[in-house]
Ligand binder design. Structure first.
Ligand code: SF4
Length: 144
């Protein structure tokens, strides 16, 4: 199973903000640190704001910070939110699979997908930035 790029980026943004302490980096700064396009990062940040996981203050001295909800957010919940509830394989659509109406594989894949999410559910964003990841995140973008 491969995650959407936006799902991985959302988790990276949350992890980055989780180690920031009192600092409030800008979206552009986070994008540069993570070496990803600004526009993609801005879309993901907007969605994280909408979910109540990230706070953004505008203007001079403004920037991004992790909300309390963001710090304790379940990794599984974030992944589910960004991935949506689609199947891992497209059984329907413009050219539906002929096995669609009675396929055991489809059910097995659904259960496997749910097991994947369930394994991420107990993990929080805060859990993801304990050693050695947190110290490394702090170094990124601050090298001389
Ligand atoms: S074989 Fe089953 S799982 Fe695969 S596309 Fe067809 S209906 Fe879906």
């Amino acid at each position: 199973m491969r995650l959407l790029r936006s799902t991985d980026l959302a988790l990276r943004v949350l992890m980055r903000l989780a180690v920031e302490g009192d600092a409030s980096p800008t979206t552009r700064g986070v994008a540069e640190d993570m070496d990803v396009p600004y526009t993609h990062t801005a879309k993901v940040v907007a969605e994280l704001q909408h979910m109540g996981l990230v706070d953004a203050r505008r203007g001079r001295g403004g920037g991004l910070s992790l909300s309390d909800r963001g710090r304790t957010a379940s990794v599984g919940a974030v992944v589910r939110a960004f991935e949506g509830d689609g199947d891992v394989v497209e059984c329907e659509g413009a050219n539906p699979c002929p096995l669609n109406s009675a396929c055991r594989l489809r059910g097995a894949l659904r259960r496997a997908q749910e097991a994947f999410y369930a394994s991420l559910d107990p993990l929080t964003v805060g859990d993801m930035v304990t050693d050695p990841t947190g110290p490394l995140l702090l170094q990124i973008g601050r090298a001389p």
